[in-house]
Design a protein around this ligand. Structure first.
Ligand SMILES: C[S@@+](CC[C@H](N)C(=O)[O-])C[C@H]1O[C@@H](n2cnc3c(N)ncnc32)[C@H](O)[C@@H]1O
Length: 266
């Protein structure tokens, strides 16, 4: 945990917990059957089960699912929660009966999956008529120079104070260029762009909701190391608050979107 956001509860509150609130507010109803694709450590699947839903979480990474299972087995709320089951599987090859689920959730995974239209068609097939698709996704191609400039300023100040683990060039222009490159051009694998996800989402699911959310600050939180925890907490809240202001005033482009839609007839 020490190298991740899970090292501090206040960082979780500003990141994973806020993401879960978005999902929680999007899955309405009681005792639903929910599928989470790419559940990772399973924190969302577990919370959904604790809300009384019957949840299946799948992930192709066996090691990460071991953590999910361990958390499930040591859950103090195990007697009162809904069913919870994890499966190690590649969603491209995994199947269940058509029309099984009331809700299918993708959280920060669809951008990684090649052929998103095919993936979303599989989710469509697994949903009941009127079932909900909840997609909380990273659109990396939304990164713009203004966001990179803002990030450079924050990261460089933290670096100069000795509170940041990586090192950006001293020259601001080179620093901003390196953030742009790392986010936009420096990737080895293909990651789906915003339009590659948004188009099939809108075609296959009737959009009930669409919104943008803070995500740039996650990178800062991951690598900052402020020795005084009170100061780190205050700085993290400040950075997230600033990102929200910059998004709301359209000064920077956001990169995390929430789409919630209902199964449209095939
Ligand atoms: C960035 S993590 C997101 C984890 C979690 N959903 C969250 O929001 O924190 C993406 C996860 O998707 C999983 N994944 C990637 N491709 C997959 C596939 N084809 N089938 C199932 N899981 C996949 C990865 O193993 C990883 O655990």
């Amino acid at each position: 945990m020490k190298d991740s956001l899970w090292r501090q509860p206040y960082l979780i509150e500003l990141t994973y917990a806020d993401n879960f609130s978005l999902v929680e507010n999007s899955i309405r109803g009681r005792n639903l059957r929910v599928l989470e694709v790419g559940c990772g450590t399973g924190f969302m699947s577990l919370e959904l089960a604790r809300m009384g839903h019957d949840v299946v979480g799948i992930d192709m990474n066996e090691k990460i699912l071991r953590i999910a299972r361990r958390t499930m087995e040591t859950d103090p709320h195990s007697k009162t929660r809904g069913d919870l089951r994890y499966e190690v599987a590649d969603f491209n090859e995994w199947s269940d009966d058509p029309g099984t689920y009331d809700a299918v959730l993708f959280s920060r995974v669809l951008h990684e999956l090649p052929h998103p239209r095919k993936i979303l068609s599989r989710a469509h097939h697994l949903l009941k008529n009127g079932g909900r698709l909840v997609c909380l996704e990273y659109a990396y191609d939304g990164m713009d120079r203004r966001a990179a400039t803002w990030l450079y300023q924050i990261r460089r100040v933290l670096e100069l104070l000795g509170w940041y683990s990586s090192h950006l060039p001293e020259n601001p222009k080179e620093g901003v260029d390196s953030i742009m490159k790392a986010n936009l051009y420096g990737r080895r694998e293909h990651i789906n762009k915003y339009d590659e996800m948004r188009h099939p989402l809108e075609q296959l699911f009737h959009g009930g909701h669409f919104s943008w959310h803070c995500y740039h600050c996650w990178d800062v939180f991951r690598d900052m190391r402020v020795p005084d925890q009170k100061k780190e907490k205050a700085l993290a809240s400040l950075f997230k608050g600033m990102e929200q202001i910059l998004i709301d005033s359209r000064e920077i482009q956001p990169v995390l979107f929430l789409f919630v839609g209902t199964k449209a007839p095939a």
